[in-house]
Write a protein that binds this ligand. Sequence first.
Ligand code: HEC
Length: 113
Amino acid sequence: MKKAMGKIVGKSVLSLALVVGFVSATRAESNAEKLYKAKCMGCHAADGSANTKAGKNTGAHDFRLPDVAKETDATLIEIVTKGKKKMPKFEEKLKAKEIKELVEYVRGFSKKS
Ligand code: HEC
């Protein structure tokens, strides 16, 4: 009987660890995603295509184009931080770490397609 209990406890500890690991992994990912949806999607669209009314009005580019992919992280971070033409600056609204995560997130669009 004691052995069986040990097995059950062992199993629940393992599944708890899996659940905790899973939750923290998705959280790290969704922070950039959440920020993107709240602050960037209006112009850049959910898929990064900039295929929105505001995207067209401001002349935002499709993130999946090679023109954007060939830019260095430093350039893209600079554009999000300081702004460029109609692209608003986010230096007062976001932390440097968040901007870095957003640039990585934006890069993900070209990897997916
Ligand atoms: C008001 C519309 C608008 C919003 C909101 C906006 N952008 Fe932009 N973004 C632009 C435009 C327009 C450009 C192109 C600037 C230019 O003329 O080179 C741009 C350019 C960029 C670029 C450089 C690559 C490229 O396409 O030329 C990055 C990276 C970028 N935006 C990321 C973001 C992120 C991240 C957010 C949210 C924190 C955001 N943008 C919010 C309009 C917007």
